[in-house]
Design a protein around this ligand. Structure first.
Ligand code: HEC
Length: 465
């Protein structure tokens, strides 16, 4: 029998697997963007220190570098593999899609990452131990290597949203997938905001400098960097929005709450206000304030940004052909990949999912709820949590309706036909839709499943399917 290579589902009961990935990624973005930005700033400062003979700048590089070693490199190196682990179990086929297209890109990125890590140690520990010109060169290499890691990752991130060119689907070729309308806009925008983060985190170190004149000068430099990069980032964000495909705009308009745009403006204004304050009153900034600001950026800036980016590629998780629930939804001749939708339409999940317990392959009045649970895990849990908490709790999406017939109608009418804006097409056979409806009804009201079993049993005995 032809089966689908679906993996077991990782169900995280409290918040849903998607949020676990999002939490880890958001922290990672803060750490990685800060360190890439800082590497570029170090290169610049080292050049200025050398050309204008300002050795105190090297002192700042050393302090910020030490701080980064703990902050960015430790946190970054924990969350980096964390992203791999969590996405591999949350979305095995999404990751597989990326690896099949970009394994050598990642290998290349890793090479630059090694240069970056060695570089940061050299930059920190060789201050005053080698001549300034050599130190400057090391700092520049460190800065360029860091930025290269970002350059490579952006191509992969853009592909996740939307493969570069349409011919990629038919002909493959990783450059076709790598460079899209989105790649450069995203790179430019992230580069700008990366300096914003570098300026905020750099403030934690600069505000702790003992010597007042130097503290002020350093904080002012960072404030100028922060103001310019935040303004540039806001403009580049508009460019980025223009490069998004139509489907993404539909999702943006319909999915993101109304307060999203104003909230975004508030966050950006808040950041600008902070930098202006730093510029005018650098003396008053203490590490705690800069620390709070860092956390604020993480929570109010990066978290919504990551969640929005995740949302606008719905219903796909990667490359516009792997659905979030792992089903492959379109032919990609370039990779020799075939859509799995036809097989699902013919046989349904119960007959084609490899990892399904045998006793759940046929629906009976008694196991309907358990089958429904298995289907919800397979087909919905990647985007809807199955409890009351976390991401889009499934129980809350049927408006309190617990009628098995109504829910089944919706499942067959909208989901199975692919007639929703942002959900995958989820083909379900008649009995699968019924089982899932029993499970969903019972999420709100336990008696739904009992009543169903009680009323269906006599019918089943009388020979009705
Ligand atoms: C690719 C992710 C994804 C998958 C998989 C998914 N959904 Fe959804 N679902 C969404 C999104 C996004 C919304 C819109 C939610 C919002 O506006 O907050 C939604 C909304 C809904 C709604 C509300 C009606 C509507 O059209 O807005 C229902 C009902 C629903 N989902 C049921 C399901 C069921 C049942 C499954 C599994 C068979 C499922 N979903 C699988 C993403 C998904």
């Amino acid at each position: 029998m032809e089966m689908l290579g679906l993996y077991p589902t990782w169900l995280e009961p409290m918040v849903g697997s998607g949020w676990v990935v999002a939490i880890i990624s958001t922290i990672h973005v803060l750490a990685s963007h800060t360190s890439v930005g800082a590497a570029m700033v170090f290169a610049y400062l080292a050049v200025v220190a050398y050309r204008q003979d300002k050795p105190e700048l090297l002192d700042y590089i050393k302090k910020y570098g030490m701080f980064l070693l703990v902050f960015s490199y430790v946190i970054g190196s924990i969350t980096g593999p964390g992203i791999w682990f969590s996405t591999t179990v949350a979305s095995p086929r999404g990751i597989s899609a990326l690896i099949h297209s970009f394994v050598w890109k990642w290998a290349t990125e890793w090479v630059f990452f090694v240069i970056e890590v060695v570089g940061v140690y050299l930059v920190v520990y060789l201050v005053g131990k080698v001549d300034q010109k050599t130190h400057m060169r090391i700092a520049v290499i460190f800065g360029l290597a860091s930025y290269t890691t970002m350059l490579i990752i952006i191509g992969i991130l853009s592909f996740m949203m939307w493969p570069g060119k349409e011919v990629w689907f038919t002909e493959g070729g990783y450059l076709n997938g790598f460079y899209g309308a989105n790649t450069f806009a995203q790179l430019a925008m992230r580069t700008a905001f990366m300096f914003t983060m570098t300026a905020v985190v750099g403030g934690i170190v600069a505000s702790g400098i003992k010597e007042l004149a130097f503290k002020k000068a350093m904080l002012r430099r960072l404030a100028v960097l922060g103001i310019v990069s935040t303004l540039a980032g806001s403009l580049l964000f508009q460019w980025y929005l223009h490069t998004l495909p139509e489907q993404a705009h539909i999702v943006l308009e319909n999915r993101l709450p109304d307060y999203f745009q104003p909230a975004l403006m508030m966050v950006l204004s808040g950041i600008l206000a902070y930098f202006l304050f730093t510029l005018v009153m650098p003396r008053l900034i203490v590490p705690a304030i800069a620390g709070v600001m860092t956390v604020a950026i993480l929570v109010f800036g990066l978290w919504p940004e990551e969640v929005a980016r995740e949302s606008i590629r719905k219903p796909f998780v990667a490359g516009q052909y792997v659905y979030s629930n792992q089903v492959i939804a379109r032919d990609v001749p370039g990779l020799g990949i075939k859509s799995e939708i036809p097989l699902l339409e013919e046989k349904g999940f119960l007959q084609s999912h490899v990892f399904l317990p045998e006793n759940l392959r046929t629906v009976t009045p008694d196991n309907a709820r358990a089958v429904g649970h298995a289907l919800a895990m397979t087909a919905c849990s990647n985007c809807h949590s199955l409890t009351d908490t976390g991401i889009r709790p499934l129980a809350k999406y049927f408006g309190g309706n617990t009628d098995v017939g109504d829910i089944k109608d919706y499942l067959l009418g909208a989901l199975a036909t692919g007639n929703t804006l942002y959900m995958p097409k989820i083909p379900l056979t008649d009995s699968e839709a019924e089982a899932l409806a029993v499970y969903i009804g019972a999420l709100k009201d336990d008696t739904v499943a009992e009543n169903y079993a009680a009323t269906r049993k006599p019918l089943a005995q009388a020979g009705e399917k």
